[in-house]
Design a protein around this ligand. Structure first.
Ligand SMILES: Cc1cc2nc3c(=O)[nH]c(=O)nc-3n(C[C@H](O)[C@H](O)[C@H](O)COP(=O)(O)OP(=O)(O)OC[C@H]3O[C@@H](n4cnc5c(N)ncnc54)[C@H](O)[C@@H]3O)c2cc1C
Length: 379
């Protein structure tokens, strides 16, 4: 069997679903293919910026989401001076961001795009001057689909020509943790020589994302709870009192991987993690992916049907994302490399940088707006 659509989206994670939902009512034939139901089970808290809230509101997917506001972000470095604090009041926003459960967000978004969703997996795809082709494996076997535009939103699978990659030699350990002091809308980002440690307020406790050197990860992920809490307390310090309890831990090896050009082939564009997979420092990956989806939807809607997917269309779509992608990829990569070491000269420079940021509200506002809204926040 063969089917033909205007836009075929491979992957129904948050990014693919936002793109599909943004195209509902556009008059275009749109299909989204994903192998399964949104992931259920263990919570995986994630920080969304205020800018992502606006994207989600655009597709009616923020109301009803359980979201813990982040009103203040406290940034510091272990074993060195200097810290800076960003507050929502400075930016006149209701919150700098929100912590939500990723699976709940994916389910919420999938419901917005349910009419366009088909169950299956893209086995292989091919670009072309006149159409893109994808072989989709579903319950009834394989089908060949053609589309004016194929959008890859299938996560972080691709490695190959046109891809840049850096292995950080780090692993993120995530867990929900309780501390003596209850969260009051403050997110903590503490840079340690092994990597950044983030505590995000989530309901009445914290979500931890702790980056450690790969060699230490197995021990920390597998040790008993008291040993884990003691190591965590030593890395974070005493600002929240003692760490009292930790839920189940999960580990994520960390690498930077990105397509230098999001145009993967004629009539094929990549968005979200399929275009770039970032280190979780400063929580930028999904926020950037949601901006990819929202911007691509805008360009698609502004393009006559007959011109969808052409080389001119693809070049225009890629150009609208170029500054934001490169700036966000570069900023997260620089943060990891400058902050994840014990070099005394760099510790001094970092301390001066953090202290200067704290003393200069315009610079702090500029930095915060960049993190919240992406490159569009640049003057
Ligand atoms: C520890 C950690 C913490 C993080 N914290 C943050 C944070 O605080 N803030 C933030 O913004 N980002 C954060 N991120 C990044 C964020 O998780 C990702 O950027 C985001 O989930 C990517 O969404 P996506 O929709 O692009 O891809 P995915 O969520 O990977 O979705 C891909 C979808 O494609 C489907 N798929 C796969 N293969 C196929 C196929 N062949 N055919 C069809 N469908 C397919 C999958 O089933 C899935 O539904 C973090 C990452 C890590 C590792």
């Amino acid at each position: 069997m063969a089917a033909s659509v205007d836009v075929l989206i491979a992957g129904g994670g948050p990014v693919g679903s936002v793109l599909a939902a943004s195209l509902a009512g556009s008059g275009l034939d749109v299909a989204l293919v994903d192998p399964g139901e949104p992931p259920a089970g263990r919570l995986r808290p994630i920080a969304l910026s205020h800018g992502s809230r606006l994207v989600l509101e655009g597709v009616g997917a923020f109301a009803g989401l359980v979201a813990t506001p982040i009103e203040t972000i406290h940034v510091s470095q272990a074993g060195g001076f200097g810290r800076t604090v960003m507050r929502r009041e400075e930016l006149a926003l209701p919150a700098l961001g929100y912590v939500v459960d990723l699976a709940a967000l994916a389910a919420h978004l999938a419901a917005r795009a349910a009419d366009l969703r088909i169950a299956g997996s893209v086995l292989r795809w091919q670009g072309g001057e006149d159409e893109a082709r994808a072989t989709i494996r579903g319950a009834d076997g394989d089908e060949l689909w053609t589309a004016k535009l194929l959008v890859l939103a299938d996560g972080a699978g691709h490695v190959g020509a046109g891809t840049s990659q850096r292995d950080y030699g780090q692993v993120a350990i995530s867990a929900e943790v309780r501390t003596e002091a209850a969260p009051r809308g403050v997110a903590w980002e503490r840079f340690t020589p092994q990597g950044p440690l983030a505590l995000l307020p989530f309901a009445d406790h914290y979500a931890l994302v702790w980056t450690v050197a790969a060699g230490a990860a197995d021990r920390l992920a597998g040790c008993d709870e008291p040993s884990f809490l003691a190591a965590l307390g030593a890395a974070f310090g005493g600002r929240l009192g003692r760490f009292l309890a930790a839920g189940p831990r999960a580990s994520y090896p960390l690498a930077l991987r990105f397509r230098r050009d999001p145009v993967a082939a004629p009539r094929v564009l990549a968005v979200g993690n399929a275009a770039q997979t970032l280190h979780p420092v400063a929580g930028q990956g999904l926020n950037l992916g949601l901006r990819d989806a929202a911007e691509l939807a805008r360009v698609i809607r502004a393009t006559p049907r007959g011109a969808l997917g052409t080389r001119e269309f693809a070049a225009r779509a890629a150009a609208t994302r170029s500054a934001d992608r490169l700036a966000t990829i570069g900023a997260t990569d620089a943060l990891v490399r400058v902050f994840s070491n014990a070099n005394p000269a760099l510790a001094l420079a970092r301390g001066i940088g953090l202290a200067a940021l704290d003393l200069a509200p315009p610079a702090r506002r500029f930095f915060a707006r960049r993190m919240i809204f992406g490159a569009r926040a640049l003057p």
